[in-house]
Design a protein around this ligand. Structure first.
Ligand code: NDP
Length: 395
């Protein structure tokens, strides 16, 4: 029996809240807080049981501290934006409450996400005897757990990991992003980077690409990008030689993105417009559909997984583990689209792991540092079943 405070009432926040509400044996009290109270109330009205809602601006540690003191949660689940990670972690430290999120910190004025800022909290969390679990969505999150599962059960030595994220869905808009537009566009327009023999190799944005035949979807072009789970996995998989991350994009998406970049709409530095300072990317976000609004009528599937090569019993092994998720089924179940669903379900499972004591520790952790078995079992139970294959060809 426990009390959770969920911060962020967007697409992912709605899924986490729905899924926690369906597990009253673990999440006996739920409080959903966000910057816009009406968004919390809209989610509250769709749930099978009562929850409480509150307004908070999580950019301000003092507001979060005040909320935590009144709610007295056992765990804070941060599904607002990466910009709020540090202010919420500070509030958890001050009030001695466990913390969890799905995306690592990046400063608003610099498109550079990395774990350093949050890993630096390890000693302080340890001293207070509290736990922070970082990056517990799908990627990062499930992809890290897939690697931990592969290392524990399938390989003696992992040599290469290719994480492949395919969304072959159709939401009917010429251009929209499946999670927060600002975070998504900052990530996609950044330089690519992959891990190779102990060093990081940089590539021009989306310049490296190749086709891949995704299960239940077919051939899609996927593009090499930098993604945050490689930072922790390259440290936590002993002896891994190469690690890459790939994501698929439609030509329609890429053409729109190129035009928006060319005209300066993806800039994150402030510009003066009629005497007011605006950040073009934030203005663009205000024009684009909210990720949660894409759910109705979204068709098609996602397929996210890891292709792993290495040795088992001294013989070479190629292994592919993935999940396929259907947008329309997610909508039927809890009015969500598959990107929010595949992020929110693992966040709920991560919270279960912490609250039931299956994953415990004092300090700051990434998900692959814990036993993957109970998490893998919950993925099958709570809507994200996984499949294992031994393909003849790799990436
Ligand atoms: P949305 O934009 O739909 O939702 C974000 C929510 O956070 C909004 O309700 C917003 O409120 C709220 N928020 C923003 N700033 C604050 C603040 N200062 N204080 C309180 N609330 C705030 O995004 P998503 O739900 O799609 O994404 C949520 C998170 O999940 C992001 O961090 C994203 O990077 C991460 N993510 C992780 C994935 C993974 O696999 N690991 C995949 C997809 C997303 P308002 O509406 O009022 O602005």
């Amino acid at each position: 029996m426990s009390n959770v405070l969920i911060i962020g009432a967007g697409g992912v926040g709605a899924v986490v809240t729905h899924k926690c509400a369906r597990s009253p044996e673990v999440f006996s009290r739920i409080v959903l807080a966000s910057r816009t109270l009406t968004k919390c109330e809209a989610i509250q009205s769709q749930l099978p049981r009562p929850i409480d809602v509150a307004r908070v601006d999580a950019d301000h540690t003092s507001e979060v501290v005040e909320l935590i003191r009144s709610v007295k949660p056992d765990l804070v689940i941060n599904v607002a934006l990466p910009y709020q990670d540090i202010s919420i972690m500070d509030a958890c430290l001050e009030t001695r409450v466990d913390y969890m999120d799905t995306a690592n910190y990046e400063p608003p004025d610099e498109a550079k996400f990395c774990y350093k800022w949050q890993w630096d909290y390890h000693e302080r969390f340890k001293e207070k005897g509290i736990m922070a679990l970082l990056g517990c969505g799908f990627d990062p999150g499930v992809t890290n757990v897939f690697c931990a599962h592969a290392l524990k059960h399938r390989f003696d030595q992992i040599h290469t990991v290719d994480i492949m994220d395919c969304n072959a869905g159709d939401h009917g808009h010429p251009f929209a992003t499946n999670f927060n537009p600002e975070i998504n566009i900052r990530e996609v327009t950044a330089r690519g980077k992959y891990y190779d023999d102990g060093r990081w190799v940089e590539t021009d944005p989306l310049s490296v690409h190749q086709p891949f035949d995704f299960p239940q979807i077919g051939v899609q072009e996927m593009y090499l990008m930098y993604h945050e789970e490689m930072e922790s996995l390259s440290k936590n998989i002993p002896g891994v030689r190469r690690m890459r991350f790939w994501m698929t994009f439609s030509q329609e998406y890429l053409t729109h993105l190129r035009v928006l970049q060319n005209v300066g709409m993806t800039r994150i530095d402030p510009v003066m417009y009629q005497g007011v300072e605006i950040v073009p990317l934030q203005f663009l976000k205000a024009l684009l559909p909210e990720p949660s609004s894409l759910a109705a009528g979204y068709t098609g599937k996602t397929c996210i997984g890891c292709m792993i090569e290495g040795l088992k019993d001294e013989k070479p092994l190629r292994y592919y583990i993935y999940n396929v998720c259907d947008h329309a089924e997610c909508y039927r179940e809890i009015n969500a689209q598959a990107i929010s669903y595949t992020t929110g379900v693992p966040a709920m499972i991560g919270a279960r792991m912490m609250l039931t004591g299956k994953w415990r520790g004092a300090g700051v952790f990434n998900v692959e540092e814990f036993d993957p078995d109970p998490f893998m079992s919950d993925l099958n139970q709570y809507g994200l079943p996984w499949v294992e294959a031994y393909p003849k060809t790799g990436v």
